[in-house]
Every structure is written in C-alpha cells, then in structure tokens.
Design a protein around this ligand. Structure first.
Ligand code: AMP
Ligand code: ZN
Length: 464
C-alpha cells in the first residue's frame, strides 16, 4: 500500500500519517450545532471527513470516529456575546430547546444517510458532558489560566505561550481585529469557558457550577468530548477552515494549558463551498440544503459526486450547472457499472493491468485524498480496452469503497423477453436495409422503456 500523506494544518505541510497506537486511529470531527438544517456547505465538510475515514479504513486502520452534537453553548457571535443558537431557535419555533436539538439532530442524521456518509462510531451531545466540562475549567482555574468577568469565566490567552499555534501567518495579524471585545476582556483572543445565565433571563439549558448558574462555552465542549472518547493526544481532528482561527485554536489552548499535551496530532480542514461565486449568506438568499437539491430533481449522490470533483483543500464553487453535469456523470457511471456486472460464477485472477490501476488509485487517494484525480483515473480505466469487463467491475467496486457512490447496489439490467425479441427482429430488418420497419420497432422498444444503441459488437440495450 502507498504511504498515506495528509496535509496537517498544524505544521502547514503534508506529513506521512502514522497512528499513535499501532493500527487504531482516533478521529474527532466537529459536529453540527443543532439549531437549524445543515446547508450544502456543512455537508461538503462532513463528506470530506467521510472520505478521510474511508481512506483510513481502506489502508487497513481501525477507526474510532467520534462526532459531537452541539446542543448548547454555541453563541450567535464568535466574540462570546449574542444569544445561544439553540435557545434562540426554541423561541423562534415555539418549542423547547431540547425539542429543537432533537429535531435538527434527526434531520442531520437523515442528511448524512441520504448522502451515503457513514455515521460515526460514537455520537456525543455537549449536554451529556457538563460535569466533565466543569472539571476541565476547574483544572484551568487551578493552573491560573482563567479570570472572572461579569458575564462568565474566561481563558487568559496571554498566559499560554503556545497560543495560536494553528494560525497561518497571514491570519495572525487579522485575528485581533476580527473579534470584538467584551467589556473587561484582557485580550480580544480570550474566550469564555463558562457563561453565566444573564440576570432576569430564564434559560432552558443551564446548570449549577462553582462559579454560578450558566452553561459551558462551545470550545470547552469539544475538548472534553474528544478526550473522553479518544484520550489525549488522539490522531486526527477535523472541521471546516472557519474553525482554524478560533474554535480549534481555543481547543488546542485548553488541552495544552490543562494537560501539557497536544490535543491531536493531525488537524485537517475542509475549504468552503461557495454558491455561484458568492459566499453563502441569508442576505444573498443562496443558502441551500439537501432538500432544495432534491426538490429540483437532483439526487443527493449527485451532490456527493460534485464534491468529489474538487479537492477538499480548494474552494468548491457550487452551480446548478455543475450539479447537473455531476448528475449526468453519475448516471453514466451507473450505466458503465451495469454493463460490466459479471455473470454469476465468473471469476478471474487479476491481470497486470488490474493491479496497475489499483496501485495507481491507492497512490492518488493516499496523496492527501486527491478525489478529483482519482475520479479521472476511474474514467480512464472504464475506457481502457486492455481491462476486461469483469476486472472493470471489480475495480469500480474497489474505488467505490472510498467514493461511496453506491455502485455495489447497481443490478444487472433484466430485459424482458419481449424486448429482447423485438431487438433481435429489428436487427434483422436493419441488416436487410429495411429501415422503415427497424425504426418502427425502435419506437416500440422505447415505448416499453428501453433504448437500443447500435455498436460495432451488435445492439446494446439500456433502460430509458
Ligand atoms: P456549524 O454547524 O456552523 O458548526 O458548521 C458545521 C461544519 O460545517 C463545520 O465544520 C464548519 O466549519 C463547516 N462549514 C460551515 N460553512 C461551510 C461552508 N460554506 N463550506 C464548507 N464547510 C462549511
Ligand atoms: Zn468542535
């Protein structure tokens, strides 16, 4: 197997991936804040994580994948101000915060399943680990990394020399400027570990703590949930690029301050999906979710295919036209797969050509998950006359262990006897040059739901 190399945002270069514990890999992916439906940008990130996980499994590793559900503590502003997103949605929809979280969690899981994204081995909700979060903040307090303000307990980033290790250099200057300052915050980068329930406000999700009634900060939650399930350090932590500057930087800071250890060895980030060249935004009216795509007649797997055509570290510009092209390509791929399905009992030992394609595929995908190149290889392979149909079929299924486009479910086309006879008869008329009759039969075949294609090796029948 080719060496697996992944781009580590921490070192800002590609590194050879080796698990910390022999063949087992601990993978933590930041999950959704369940206050509304996931949009296609979010889904792009979850899909990238799915490709990563499938690649690790393909390489023979046993992956323990943990994904959290943020059901409390994610505020509308990155600056530790604003409202809790789940509580706000509860008010908007006149439901309890718990109902909101349960509803959008279900919707999220349904999206993953429709996109053929494998579920994690462990789902964990932030509200399940409140006690452990309080314990972590206590450790930070004991070690002198915290201070108290009127609205909560804050992490003192100045106290940690290594703070901001994850920042690319060009972001370093901008970081302070982006974050507005809460009154009393010593530094713009300081962040809330515990927020107090504001006076006169009745929150639905709140707990007692040594500092006062309130709720945990979003960045604390992920540290606690990941360590609880995977230990510290663990192998890989993922999310979208927007998490680099604040969320993941603050996770790393807490782990290093509390335990003197790095939280994870590899940090992988997926670039954003834009729509028709623009950032998705309410004001642009271009925030789409999977159901919007389905309503316009697209299959969720066409969107999956579209994501695969772009490397995860490049921006993906979503357009309806590119989605249409992906849907066509996917249908084409299904047809090619159908044509290569071997008859029962057919077996063959892999030829040199087969092994060459498999090896090349592994090299490509193990080079930082290069799915666009891997797709190009797949199409070349299907055209290669030196590879037999049986081998093509087995290569397609092998590649699809990573692509996840559902090729295994493609069944042989069962053509009714009536259609087969009509095709035979039409071929006889065609050979005799009686095109009037052969065209009439073609129409009849079409009416029965099939298409005939005249090829050098004889007529081919497809579903219409
Ligand atoms: P959130 O629910 O806002 O925490 O986002 C869930 C995941 O989607 C996070 O990993 C984000 O980094 C990621 N994400 C948010 N917006 C986009 C986008 N436009 N394109 C790709 N990923 C995104
Ligand atoms: Zn997180």
């Amino acid at each position: 197997m080719a060496i697996l190399k992944l781009y580590n945002s921490l070192s800002r270069k590609e590194e050879v991936f080796k698990p910390l514990r022999d063949k087992r890999v601990g993978l933590y992916t930041c999950g959704p804040t369940v206050y509304s439906y996931a949009h296609i940008g979010n889904l792009r990130t979850y899909l990238f994580e799915d490709i990563l996980k499938r690649t690790l499994t393909y390489n023979g590793y046993r992956v323990k994948h943990v994904m959290n559900i943020t059901d409390v503590g994610h505020l509308t502003s990155q600056a530790d101000t604003g409202e809790d997103k789940v509580e706000m949605a509860a008010r908007r929809e006149k439901k309890s915060a718990w109902q909101i979280a349960a509803f959008y969690t279900r919707a999220f899981k349904n999206d993953l399943s429709r996109m053929n994204i494998m579920p994690p081995d462990v789902w964990i909700r932030a509200t399940q680990t409140i006690k452990e979060q309080i314990d972590l903040i206590r450790i930070l307090e004991k070690k002198g990394f915290t201070y108290k303000l009127a609205d909560g307990i804050y992490f003192d980033t100045k106290r940690l020399k290594s703070y901001g290790r994850l920042w690319p250099k060009k972001m370093k200057l901008k970081a302070g400027a982006r974050i507005e300052i809460v009154p009393g915050k010593k530094r713009p980068t300081d962040f809330a570990l515990w927020k107090f329930t504001p006076k006169g406000v009745k929150r639905q999700m709140e707990w007692n703590s040594p500092w006062g009634r309130g709720f945990p900060g979003w960045h604390t939650e992920c540290v606690v949930m990941s360590i609880r399930e995977l230990g510290i350090p663990f192998d890989i932590h993922c999310g979208g690029v927007d998490h680099i500057l604040i969320h993941h930087t603050n996770e790393i800071a807490q782990a290093e301050a509390a335990y003197g250890k790095p939280l994870a060895k590899f940090w992988l980030h997926c670039e954003f999906l834009d729509v028709e060249g623009k950032k998705m935004a309410k004001s642009e009216g271009n925030i789409f979710r999977l159901d919007d795509l389905i309503q316009r007649g697209f299959s969720p797997l066409a969107f999956r295919y579209l994501c695969l055509t772009c490397h995860y570290r490049s921006k993906l510009n979503f357009t309806w036209q590119s989605l249409k092209a992906s849907q066509n390509a996917l249908e084409n791929l299904y047809q090619r797969t159908r044509e290569t399905i071997p008859a029962r009992g057919t077996s063959s030992s892999p030829s040199l050509g087969f092994k060459k394609y498999q090896k090349r595929f592994q090299e490509i995908i193990n080079h930082d998950l290069d799915t666009p190149k891997a797709l190009a290889l797949l199409w070349n392979m299907t055209e290669d006359k030196k590879i037999s149909p049986v081998e093509k079929y087995h290569l397609l299924l092998d590649f699809d262990r990573i692509f996840g486009l559902g090729l295994k479910k493609i069944k042989r086309l069962r053509i009714p006897k009536k259609v087969r006879n009509l095709v035979k008869l039409r071929e006889e008329y065609r050979k005799k040059g009686d095109f009037k009759k052969s065209d009439r039969l073609r129409n009849e075949i079409e009416r029965l739901g099939y298409l005939v294609e005249d090829t050098q090796t004889g007529p081919k029948i497809k579903k219409r």
